[in-house]
Write a protein that binds this ligand. Structure first.
Ligand SMILES: C[S@@+](CC[C@H](N)C(=O)[O-])C[C@H]1O[C@@H](n2cnc3c(N)ncnc32)[C@H](O)[C@@H]1O
Ligand code: SF4
Length: 456
Protein backbone atom coordinates (compact mmCIF):
# COMPACT_ATOMS: atom_id res chain seq x y z
CA UNK A 1 0.00 0.00 0.00
CA UNK A 2 2.99 2.35 -0.30
CA UNK A 3 4.47 4.61 -2.97
CA UNK A 4 1.50 5.24 -5.20
CA UNK A 5 3.29 8.30 -6.63
CA UNK A 6 3.00 7.28 -10.27
CA UNK A 7 -0.75 6.77 -10.30
CA UNK A 8 -3.22 9.62 -9.96
CA UNK A 9 -6.09 8.13 -7.90
CA UNK A 10 -8.58 10.75 -9.18
CA UNK A 11 -8.01 9.54 -12.74
CA UNK A 12 -8.32 5.89 -11.70
CA UNK A 13 -11.64 6.57 -9.96
CA UNK A 14 -12.90 8.48 -13.01
CA UNK A 15 -12.01 5.60 -15.28
CA UNK A 16 -13.12 2.59 -13.19
CA UNK A 17 -16.16 2.03 -10.94
CA UNK A 18 -15.25 3.51 -7.56
CA UNK A 19 -17.46 1.01 -5.68
CA UNK A 20 -16.74 -2.72 -5.88
CA UNK A 21 -16.96 -5.84 -3.66
CA UNK A 22 -14.31 -6.28 -0.93
CA UNK A 23 -13.79 -9.88 -2.08
CA UNK A 24 -13.86 -11.43 1.36
CA UNK A 25 -15.51 -14.34 -0.48
CA UNK A 26 -16.04 -15.43 -4.05
CA UNK A 27 -18.73 -15.53 -5.24
CA UNK A 28 -19.68 -12.55 -3.10
CA UNK A 29 -22.65 -12.65 -0.68
CA UNK A 30 -25.17 -11.05 -3.11
CA UNK A 31 -24.94 -14.27 -5.17
CA UNK A 32 -26.17 -16.42 -2.27
CA UNK A 33 -29.66 -17.87 -2.87
CA UNK A 34 -32.41 -18.55 -0.34
CA UNK A 35 -32.94 -22.17 0.65
CA UNK A 36 -29.55 -23.40 -0.59
CA UNK A 37 -27.70 -23.09 2.75
CA UNK A 38 -29.19 -26.13 4.49
CA UNK A 39 -28.18 -28.62 1.78
CA UNK A 40 -24.66 -27.10 1.64
CA UNK A 41 -24.45 -27.49 5.42
CA UNK A 42 -25.66 -31.13 5.27
CA UNK A 43 -22.99 -32.00 2.67
CA UNK A 44 -20.34 -30.07 4.63
CA UNK A 45 -21.11 -31.97 7.85
CA UNK A 46 -21.18 -35.34 6.04
CA UNK A 47 -17.74 -34.68 4.54
CA UNK A 48 -16.02 -33.66 7.80
CA UNK A 49 -13.26 -35.98 8.94
CA UNK A 50 -11.43 -36.36 12.25
CA UNK A 51 -8.16 -35.53 10.48
CA UNK A 52 -9.25 -32.15 9.06
CA UNK A 53 -9.57 -29.33 11.60
CA UNK A 54 -12.40 -26.84 11.19
CA UNK A 55 -12.78 -23.25 12.24
CA UNK A 56 -15.85 -21.88 13.98
CA UNK A 57 -17.28 -18.37 13.81
CA UNK A 58 -19.78 -17.31 16.50
CA UNK A 59 -21.77 -14.13 15.93
CA UNK A 60 -23.01 -11.98 18.83
CA UNK A 61 -25.45 -9.43 17.35
CA UNK A 62 -25.69 -7.07 20.35
CA UNK A 63 -24.02 -3.83 21.45
CA UNK A 64 -24.65 -1.47 24.34
CA UNK A 65 -24.16 1.47 21.98
CA UNK A 66 -24.94 2.05 18.34
CA UNK A 67 -22.11 3.70 16.44
CA UNK A 68 -23.58 5.51 13.45
CA UNK A 69 -20.91 4.30 11.05
CA UNK A 70 -21.48 0.65 11.92
CA UNK A 71 -21.95 -1.78 9.05
CA UNK A 72 -22.06 -4.92 11.21
CA UNK A 73 -25.16 -7.01 11.95
CA UNK A 74 -25.99 -5.88 15.46
CA UNK A 75 -28.69 -4.40 17.68
CA UNK A 76 -28.51 -1.93 20.51
CA UNK A 77 -29.54 -3.14 23.97
CA UNK A 78 -28.95 -1.94 27.52
CA UNK A 79 -30.26 -5.16 29.06
CA UNK A 80 -28.44 -8.44 29.54
CA UNK A 81 -31.54 -10.64 29.24
CA UNK A 82 -31.73 -10.64 25.40
CA UNK A 83 -28.03 -11.52 25.29
CA UNK A 84 -28.50 -14.35 27.79
CA UNK A 85 -31.49 -15.71 25.82
CA UNK A 86 -29.50 -15.48 22.62
CA UNK A 87 -26.60 -17.44 24.15
CA UNK A 88 -29.14 -20.15 25.09
CA UNK A 89 -30.13 -20.32 21.40
CA UNK A 90 -26.48 -20.42 20.39
CA UNK A 91 -25.90 -23.38 22.76
CA UNK A 92 -29.00 -25.11 21.33
CA UNK A 93 -27.60 -24.56 17.84
CA UNK A 94 -24.26 -26.07 18.89
CA UNK A 95 -26.13 -29.14 20.15
CA UNK A 96 -28.33 -29.42 17.04
CA UNK A 97 -25.25 -29.27 14.85
CA UNK A 98 -23.09 -31.42 17.11
CA UNK A 99 -25.65 -34.25 17.16
CA UNK A 100 -25.30 -34.46 13.38
CA UNK A 101 -21.57 -35.12 13.71
CA UNK A 102 -20.69 -38.72 14.45
CA UNK A 103 -17.04 -37.92 15.04
CA UNK A 104 -14.96 -35.52 17.09
CA UNK A 105 -13.60 -32.72 14.95
CA UNK A 106 -10.68 -30.55 16.03
CA UNK A 107 -11.07 -26.78 16.04
CA UNK A 108 -8.17 -24.77 14.59
CA UNK A 109 -9.74 -21.31 15.08
CA UNK A 110 -12.68 -20.19 17.20
CA UNK A 111 -13.68 -16.59 16.56
CA UNK A 112 -16.23 -14.55 18.51
CA UNK A 113 -17.41 -11.70 16.30
CA UNK A 114 -20.16 -9.15 16.40
CA UNK A 115 -21.57 -6.89 17.44
CA UNK A 116 -19.75 -6.88 20.74
CA UNK A 117 -18.86 -10.30 22.17
CA UNK A 118 -17.29 -8.30 25.02
CA UNK A 119 -20.81 -8.07 26.47
CA UNK A 120 -20.91 -11.82 27.22
CA UNK A 121 -20.57 -12.53 30.92
CA UNK A 122 -18.28 -15.26 32.22
CA UNK A 123 -21.11 -17.68 33.07
CA UNK A 124 -22.41 -17.63 29.49
CA UNK A 125 -18.90 -17.71 28.02
CA UNK A 126 -18.22 -20.94 29.95
CA UNK A 127 -21.56 -22.35 28.80
CA UNK A 128 -20.65 -21.79 25.15
CA UNK A 129 -17.26 -23.47 25.58
CA UNK A 130 -18.73 -26.41 27.51
CA UNK A 131 -21.30 -27.02 24.78
CA UNK A 132 -18.68 -26.80 22.04
CA UNK A 133 -16.42 -29.23 23.94
CA UNK A 134 -19.13 -31.91 23.79
CA UNK A 135 -18.57 -32.27 20.06
CA UNK A 136 -15.32 -30.54 19.17
CA UNK A 137 -11.73 -31.02 20.34
CA UNK A 138 -9.62 -28.02 21.34
CA UNK A 139 -5.86 -28.33 21.68
CA UNK A 140 -2.91 -26.05 22.41
CA UNK A 141 -2.80 -25.13 18.71
CA UNK A 142 -6.37 -23.78 18.72
CA UNK A 143 -6.50 -20.03 18.22
CA UNK A 144 -9.34 -18.36 20.09
CA UNK A 145 -10.05 -14.77 19.16
CA UNK A 146 -12.61 -12.27 20.34
CA UNK A 147 -13.74 -8.80 19.19
CA UNK A 148 -13.85 -6.29 22.02
CA UNK A 149 -15.49 -2.92 22.38
CA UNK A 150 -13.16 -1.37 25.03
CA UNK A 151 -16.05 0.49 26.62
CA UNK A 152 -17.61 -2.86 27.73
CA UNK A 153 -14.59 -4.55 29.27
CA UNK A 154 -15.18 -5.53 32.91
CA UNK A 155 -13.27 -7.73 35.37
CA UNK A 156 -15.85 -10.45 34.78
CA UNK A 157 -15.15 -10.32 31.05
CA UNK A 158 -11.37 -10.50 31.58
CA UNK A 159 -11.95 -13.56 33.81
CA UNK A 160 -14.14 -15.09 31.12
CA UNK A 161 -11.65 -14.75 28.31
CA UNK A 162 -8.79 -15.91 30.51
CA UNK A 163 -10.74 -19.05 31.41
CA UNK A 164 -11.67 -19.56 27.76
CA UNK A 165 -8.00 -19.48 26.72
CA UNK A 166 -8.35 -16.57 24.31
CA UNK A 167 -5.16 -16.12 22.28
CA UNK A 168 -6.02 -12.99 20.28
CA UNK A 169 -8.09 -9.92 21.10
CA UNK A 170 -9.26 -7.45 18.51
CA UNK A 171 -10.24 -4.07 19.86
CA UNK A 172 -12.14 -1.34 18.07
CA UNK A 173 -10.71 2.19 18.10
CA UNK A 174 -11.86 3.83 14.82
CA UNK A 175 -10.66 7.40 15.62
CA UNK A 176 -9.59 9.21 18.82
CA UNK A 177 -10.52 12.72 17.71
CA UNK A 178 -13.39 14.10 19.87
CA UNK A 179 -15.19 15.80 16.97
CA UNK A 180 -15.04 12.68 14.78
CA UNK A 181 -16.20 10.59 17.76
CA UNK A 182 -19.16 12.94 18.28
CA UNK A 183 -20.15 12.63 14.63
CA UNK A 184 -20.05 8.83 14.73
CA UNK A 185 -21.69 8.54 18.17
CA UNK A 186 -18.76 6.73 19.72
CA UNK A 187 -16.95 8.24 22.66
CA UNK A 188 -13.78 6.38 23.57
CA UNK A 189 -10.75 7.91 25.19
CA UNK A 190 -7.18 6.93 24.49
CA UNK A 191 -6.73 6.40 28.26
CA UNK A 192 -9.53 3.81 28.43
CA UNK A 193 -8.17 2.02 25.36
CA UNK A 194 -4.69 1.96 26.91
CA UNK A 195 -6.03 0.44 30.14
CA UNK A 196 -7.84 -2.29 28.18
CA UNK A 197 -4.70 -3.13 26.20
CA UNK A 198 -2.69 -3.34 29.46
CA UNK A 199 -5.32 -5.57 31.13
CA UNK A 200 -5.43 -7.89 28.12
CA UNK A 201 -1.65 -8.21 28.18
CA UNK A 202 -1.70 -8.76 31.96
CA UNK A 203 -4.00 -11.79 31.59
CA UNK A 204 -1.66 -13.25 28.98
CA UNK A 205 -3.33 -12.40 25.68
CA UNK A 206 -0.37 -12.70 23.36
CA UNK A 207 -1.70 -11.03 20.25
CA UNK A 208 -3.62 -7.77 20.07
CA UNK A 209 -5.23 -6.26 17.00
CA UNK A 210 -6.58 -2.73 16.74
CA UNK A 211 -9.20 -1.65 14.17
CA UNK A 212 -9.13 1.96 12.95
CA UNK A 213 -11.01 3.66 10.14
CA UNK A 214 -10.34 6.32 7.51
CA UNK A 215 -13.00 8.18 5.52
CA UNK A 216 -15.09 9.04 8.61
CA UNK A 217 -16.98 12.36 8.91
CA UNK A 218 -14.63 15.35 9.41
CA UNK A 219 -11.59 13.11 9.40
CA UNK A 220 -8.50 14.86 8.07
CA UNK A 221 -5.01 13.59 7.38
CA UNK A 222 -3.86 15.07 10.68
CA UNK A 223 -6.63 13.37 12.64
CA UNK A 224 -6.02 9.99 11.03
CA UNK A 225 -2.27 10.34 11.59
CA UNK A 226 -2.74 11.30 15.20
CA UNK A 227 -5.05 8.29 15.82
CA UNK A 228 -2.61 5.94 14.10
CA UNK A 229 0.31 7.34 16.16
CA UNK A 230 -1.66 6.81 19.35
CA UNK A 231 -2.50 3.25 18.28
CA UNK A 232 1.16 2.55 17.44
CA UNK A 233 2.14 3.77 20.93
CA UNK A 234 0.07 0.84 22.29
CA UNK A 235 2.26 -1.57 20.27
CA UNK A 236 -0.50 -3.76 18.82
CA UNK A 237 0.74 -6.86 17.02
CA UNK A 238 -1.66 -6.10 14.17
CA UNK A 239 -3.71 -3.20 12.93
CA UNK A 240 -6.57 -3.07 10.45
CA UNK A 241 -7.10 0.22 8.66
CA UNK A 242 -10.53 -0.06 7.03
CA UNK A 243 -12.10 2.50 4.72
CA UNK A 244 -15.45 3.61 6.12
CA UNK A 245 -18.13 1.93 3.98
CA UNK A 246 -21.04 4.37 3.75
CA UNK A 247 -24.00 2.22 2.70
CA UNK A 248 -27.12 3.93 4.15
CA UNK A 249 -29.41 2.04 1.71
CA UNK A 250 -28.28 -1.12 3.55
CA UNK A 251 -27.64 0.31 7.06
CA UNK A 252 -30.29 2.99 7.61
CA UNK A 253 -28.74 4.33 10.87
CA UNK A 254 -25.85 5.64 8.73
CA UNK A 255 -28.15 8.48 7.63
CA UNK A 256 -27.14 10.03 10.96
CA UNK A 257 -23.80 10.71 9.23
CA UNK A 258 -24.00 13.81 7.04
CA UNK A 259 -22.63 13.09 3.56
CA UNK A 260 -21.26 16.66 3.42
CA UNK A 261 -18.98 15.79 6.36
CA UNK A 262 -17.44 12.82 4.56
CA UNK A 263 -13.98 13.16 2.99
CA UNK A 264 -13.91 12.87 -0.81
CA UNK A 265 -12.37 9.99 -2.72
CA UNK A 266 -8.93 11.66 -3.02
CA UNK A 267 -8.88 12.61 0.65
CA UNK A 268 -9.77 9.03 1.60
CA UNK A 269 -6.92 7.82 -0.56
CA UNK A 270 -4.44 10.20 1.06
CA UNK A 271 -5.62 9.25 4.55
CA UNK A 272 -5.02 5.58 3.80
CA UNK A 273 -1.62 6.26 2.25
CA UNK A 274 -0.49 8.39 5.18
CA UNK A 275 -1.67 5.84 7.73
CA UNK A 276 0.09 3.14 5.77
CA UNK A 277 3.34 5.14 5.57
CA UNK A 278 3.31 5.78 9.33
CA UNK A 279 2.73 2.12 10.14
CA UNK A 280 5.41 0.91 7.75
CA UNK A 281 7.88 3.49 9.12
CA UNK A 282 7.12 2.16 12.59
CA UNK A 283 8.11 -1.38 11.61
CA UNK A 284 4.78 -2.88 10.54
CA UNK A 285 4.48 -4.93 7.36
CA UNK A 286 1.67 -3.96 5.03
CA UNK A 287 -0.58 -7.03 4.66
CA UNK A 288 -3.02 -7.19 1.76
CA UNK A 289 -5.11 -4.10 1.15
CA UNK A 290 -5.88 -2.98 4.70
CA UNK A 291 -3.95 -4.87 7.40
CA UNK A 292 -0.58 -4.29 9.07
CA UNK A 293 1.41 -6.66 11.25
CA UNK A 294 4.70 -6.72 13.16
CA UNK A 295 7.34 -8.88 11.46
CA UNK A 296 7.05 -11.71 14.01
CA UNK A 297 3.24 -11.80 13.86
CA UNK A 298 1.81 -14.88 12.14
CA UNK A 299 0.14 -12.68 9.47
CA UNK A 300 3.58 -11.40 8.40
CA UNK A 301 4.97 -14.94 8.40
CA UNK A 302 2.03 -16.19 6.29
CA UNK A 303 2.43 -13.32 3.86
CA UNK A 304 6.09 -14.19 3.38
CA UNK A 305 5.25 -17.86 2.82
CA UNK A 306 2.33 -16.92 0.53
CA UNK A 307 -0.06 -18.85 2.76
CA UNK A 308 -2.12 -15.81 3.77
CA UNK A 309 -5.89 -16.34 3.46
CA UNK A 310 -8.84 -13.98 3.15
CA UNK A 311 -12.25 -14.69 4.65
CA UNK A 312 -15.28 -12.79 5.96
CA UNK A 313 -13.25 -11.53 8.92
CA UNK A 314 -10.52 -10.11 6.64
CA UNK A 315 -6.94 -11.43 6.36
CA UNK A 316 -6.15 -14.54 8.35
CA UNK A 317 -3.70 -17.39 8.79
CA UNK A 318 -6.61 -19.80 9.19
CA UNK A 319 -6.12 -22.48 6.55
CA UNK A 320 -9.06 -24.70 7.56
CA UNK A 321 -11.10 -25.58 4.49
CA UNK A 322 -14.29 -25.62 6.56
CA UNK A 323 -15.65 -22.77 8.62
CA UNK A 324 -18.87 -23.38 10.54
CA UNK A 325 -20.84 -20.20 11.21
CA UNK A 326 -23.03 -20.14 14.33
CA UNK A 327 -25.49 -17.46 15.39
CA UNK A 328 -27.73 -15.05 13.51
CA UNK A 329 -26.37 -14.00 10.09
CA UNK A 330 -23.16 -16.06 10.41
CA UNK A 331 -21.64 -17.30 7.19
CA UNK A 332 -19.92 -20.64 6.96
CA UNK A 333 -17.89 -22.00 4.10
CA UNK A 334 -16.55 -25.35 2.84
CA UNK A 335 -15.39 -26.75 -0.48
CA UNK A 336 -19.10 -27.57 -1.07
CA UNK A 337 -20.18 -23.95 -0.80
CA UNK A 338 -21.33 -21.13 1.45
CA UNK A 339 -24.12 -21.27 4.02
CA UNK A 340 -25.56 -18.30 5.84
CA UNK A 341 -27.80 -18.45 8.90
CA UNK A 342 -31.04 -16.49 9.00
CA UNK A 343 -30.06 -12.85 9.46
CA UNK A 344 -32.86 -11.52 11.71
CA UNK A 345 -31.97 -12.43 15.29
CA UNK A 346 -35.58 -13.17 16.37
CA UNK A 347 -36.19 -15.46 13.36
CA UNK A 348 -32.88 -17.22 13.98
CA UNK A 349 -33.93 -17.87 17.60
CA UNK A 350 -37.38 -19.10 16.52
CA UNK A 351 -35.88 -21.61 14.09
CA UNK A 352 -33.47 -22.94 16.69
CA UNK A 353 -36.28 -23.16 19.27
CA UNK A 354 -38.25 -25.25 16.74
CA UNK A 355 -35.32 -27.68 16.58
CA UNK A 356 -34.25 -26.62 13.09
CA UNK A 357 -30.79 -25.57 12.00
CA UNK A 358 -30.76 -21.93 10.91
CA UNK A 359 -29.04 -22.08 7.48
CA UNK A 360 -30.99 -20.16 4.93
CA UNK A 361 -29.13 -18.55 2.04
CA UNK A 362 -26.23 -20.32 0.45
CA UNK A 363 -24.26 -21.07 -2.65
CA UNK A 364 -23.15 -24.43 -4.11
CA UNK A 365 -19.61 -24.02 -5.37
CA UNK A 366 -18.78 -25.38 -8.83
CA UNK A 367 -15.18 -26.13 -9.92
CA UNK A 368 -15.15 -22.90 -11.97
CA UNK A 369 -16.05 -20.90 -8.80
CA UNK A 370 -13.30 -22.64 -6.84
CA UNK A 371 -10.82 -21.73 -9.57
CA UNK A 372 -11.82 -18.04 -9.82
CA UNK A 373 -12.23 -17.85 -6.03
CA UNK A 374 -8.64 -19.03 -5.56
CA UNK A 375 -7.46 -16.61 -8.27
CA UNK A 376 -9.11 -13.63 -6.58
CA UNK A 377 -7.93 -14.71 -3.12
CA UNK A 378 -4.29 -14.95 -4.29
CA UNK A 379 -4.57 -11.51 -5.92
CA UNK A 380 -5.99 -9.94 -2.76
CA UNK A 381 -3.37 -11.69 -0.55
CA UNK A 382 -0.19 -11.85 -2.66
CA UNK A 383 -0.86 -9.27 -5.44
CA UNK A 384 0.45 -12.01 -7.68
CA UNK A 385 -1.04 -15.14 -9.19
CA UNK A 386 0.04 -17.90 -11.54
CA UNK A 387 -3.19 -19.11 -13.15
CA UNK A 388 -1.69 -22.50 -14.00
CA UNK A 389 -0.93 -23.27 -10.33
CA UNK A 390 -4.48 -22.71 -9.08
CA UNK A 391 -6.78 -25.51 -7.91
CA UNK A 392 -9.15 -26.65 -10.69
CA UNK A 393 -6.92 -25.04 -13.33
CA UNK A 394 -7.64 -26.50 -16.78
CA UNK A 395 -6.15 -25.45 -20.12
CA UNK A 396 -9.43 -23.76 -20.96
CA UNK A 397 -9.66 -21.82 -17.66
CA UNK A 398 -6.03 -20.77 -17.74
CA UNK A 399 -6.29 -19.49 -21.30
CA UNK A 400 -9.57 -17.69 -20.46
CA UNK A 401 -7.79 -15.99 -17.51
CA UNK A 402 -4.79 -15.04 -19.66
CA UNK A 403 -7.20 -13.49 -22.19
CA UNK A 404 -9.04 -11.55 -19.46
CA UNK A 405 -5.72 -10.35 -18.01
CA UNK A 406 -4.34 -9.27 -21.40
CA UNK A 407 -7.60 -7.54 -22.36
CA UNK A 408 -7.54 -5.61 -19.09
CA UNK A 409 -3.83 -4.74 -19.39
CA UNK A 410 -4.29 -3.51 -22.98
CA UNK A 411 -7.15 -1.15 -22.08
CA UNK A 412 -5.76 0.01 -18.72
CA UNK A 413 -4.04 3.42 -18.88
CA UNK A 414 -2.53 3.11 -15.37
CA UNK A 415 -0.46 -0.09 -15.62
CA UNK A 416 -2.24 -1.65 -12.68
CA UNK A 417 -1.03 -5.11 -13.76
CA UNK A 418 1.89 -6.85 -15.44
CA UNK A 419 1.04 -10.02 -17.36
CA UNK A 420 3.74 -12.49 -18.17
CA UNK A 421 2.84 -15.92 -19.58
CA UNK A 422 0.25 -17.39 -17.22
CA UNK A 423 1.14 -14.99 -14.36
CA UNK A 424 -0.36 -11.69 -13.33
CA UNK A 425 1.37 -9.27 -11.00
CA UNK A 426 0.08 -6.10 -9.33
CA UNK A 427 3.05 -3.70 -8.84
CA UNK A 428 3.45 -1.98 -5.43
CA UNK A 429 2.06 1.38 -6.62
CA UNK A 430 -1.13 -0.32 -7.86
CA UNK A 431 -1.86 -2.35 -4.68
CA UNK A 432 -4.56 0.06 -3.42
CA UNK A 433 -6.50 -0.76 -6.61
CA UNK A 434 -6.38 -4.56 -6.21
CA UNK A 435 -10.21 -4.73 -6.00
CA UNK A 436 -10.41 -3.28 -9.53
CA UNK A 437 -8.10 -6.01 -10.81
CA UNK A 438 -9.93 -8.76 -8.89
CA UNK A 439 -13.25 -7.56 -10.36
CA UNK A 440 -11.99 -8.40 -13.88
CA UNK A 441 -12.17 -12.09 -12.95
CA UNK A 442 -15.52 -11.93 -11.17
CA UNK A 443 -17.84 -13.96 -13.39
CA UNK A 444 -20.99 -12.54 -11.73
CA UNK A 445 -20.27 -8.85 -11.26
CA UNK A 446 -21.53 -7.59 -14.62
CA UNK A 447 -24.90 -9.25 -14.08
CA UNK A 448 -25.22 -7.93 -10.54
CA UNK A 449 -27.33 -4.88 -9.71
CA UNK A 450 -26.06 -4.65 -6.12
CA UNK A 451 -24.40 -1.41 -4.88
CA UNK A 452 -21.00 -1.80 -3.22
CA UNK A 453 -18.72 0.30 -1.01
CA UNK A 454 -15.85 2.53 -2.23
CA UNK A 455 -12.72 0.77 -3.56
CA UNK A 456 -10.43 2.94 -1.35
C1 LIG B 1 -17.72 -5.94 15.08
S1 LIG B 1 -16.88 -4.47 14.95
C2 LIG B 1 -15.77 -4.27 16.32
C3 LIG B 1 -15.93 -4.74 17.65
C4 LIG B 1 -16.56 -3.83 18.67
N1 LIG B 1 -17.98 -3.92 18.52
C5 LIG B 1 -16.11 -2.39 18.60
O1 LIG B 1 -16.80 -1.60 17.96
O2 LIG B 1 -15.11 -2.04 19.21
C6 LIG B 1 -15.60 -4.82 13.80
C7 LIG B 1 -14.98 -3.67 13.05
O3 LIG B 1 -15.66 -3.43 11.85
C8 LIG B 1 -15.30 -2.15 11.38
N2 LIG B 1 -16.48 -1.51 10.79
C9 LIG B 1 -17.71 -1.43 11.31
N3 LIG B 1 -18.52 -0.74 10.48
C10 LIG B 1 -17.79 -0.39 9.40
C11 LIG B 1 -18.07 0.31 8.20
N4 LIG B 1 -19.28 0.82 7.94
N5 LIG B 1 -17.07 0.45 7.32
C12 LIG B 1 -15.84 -0.06 7.54
N6 LIG B 1 -15.53 -0.75 8.67
C13 LIG B 1 -16.49 -0.91 9.58
C14 LIG B 1 -14.80 -1.34 12.58
O4 LIG B 1 -13.45 -0.99 12.42
C15 LIG B 1 -14.99 -2.32 13.72
O5 LIG B 1 -13.98 -2.21 14.69
S1 SF4 C 1 -18.80 -0.57 15.81
FE1 SF4 C 1 -18.83 -2.16 17.34
S2 SF4 C 1 -19.79 -1.21 19.17
FE2 SF4 C 1 -20.21 0.12 17.47
S3 SF4 C 1 -22.25 -0.56 16.79
FE3 SF4 C 1 -20.73 -1.62 15.51
S4 SF4 C 1 -20.37 -3.55 16.47
FE4 SF4 C 1 -21.40 -2.21 17.99
Amino acid sequence: MIEPQNIDPAKVFDFYPSALPRYTSYPTAPQFKSGVGSSVLETTLENLTEEEPVSIYLHIPFCDRLCWFCGCHTKHTNKYEPIKNYIDSLCDEINLLGRKLNKTVTVSHLHFGGGSPSLIQSKEMRLIKQNLERYFAFDEETEISVEIDPSDATDDFYNAIEALGVTRASIGVQDFDPEVQRLINRTQSFELTEIVVKELRAIGIKSINIDALYGLPKQTNERVESTVQQCISLKPDRMAMFGYAHVPWFKPHQIMIKEDDLPGQNERFEQMQNASRLLVQSGYNSIGIDHFALPNDSLSVAQKKRTLRRNFQGYTTDSAEVMLGLGASSIGRSPSGFMQNTVATNLYQKRIAAGMLASDKGYKLQPVDLYYGALIERLMCDFHVDFASLPFASDERVSESVQLANKFAAADPFQLVKVSGTSLHIPPQAKPFARIVAAQFDQYLKRSTVRFSKVV
